[in-house]
Write a protein of this length. Structure first.
Length: 129
């Protein structure tokens, strides 16, 4: 799957966002090694800390279906520049060692980064030993 196709899937899932408070819709799509794609959107809650980001929604959906070998993630929002994952999402991306992150916006801007560029000093299982 091409990067632009993954971004289009993320864009589609963005429309399902539940954002009654911020009105800030985000969509994400994760590609697995097996070729499956899982999408997600952000889902807000009136108790703000329990809100879930689009990136984590997509990743958790893939993992809950038994897919743990994730090869790329796209995230999109209506931002000035490419939409960057938050810190919590960066750590979840690092947990599953997703090597390619495609950040995009609705205006067509895209930036592709590696996991190491996104979160150079990620906490990992190696830190637990």
């Amino acid at each position: 799957m091409q990067d632009k196709e993954l971004v289009e899937v993320a864009k589609k899932f963005r429309e399902n966002a539940y954002v009654p408070y911020s009105k800030f819709k985000v969509g994400a799509a994760v590609l697995t090694k097996s070729g499956k794609v899982y999408g997600g959107c952000n889902i807000e809650n009136s108790s703000y800390p329990v809100t879930n980001c689009a990136e984590r929604t997509a990743i958790f959906k893939a993992v809950s279906e038994g897919e743990k070998d994730l090869v790329a993630l796209a995230v999109i929002a209506d931002t000035d520049g490419p939409c960057s994952p938050c810190g919590a999402c960066r750590q979840v991306i690092a947990e599953f060692r997703i090597p390619k992150i495609i950040m995009a916006n609705l205006k067509g801007a895209e930036k592709v980064v590696t996991l190491e560029e996104l979160l150079p000093f990620a906490f990992s299982p190696d830190d637990l030993t």
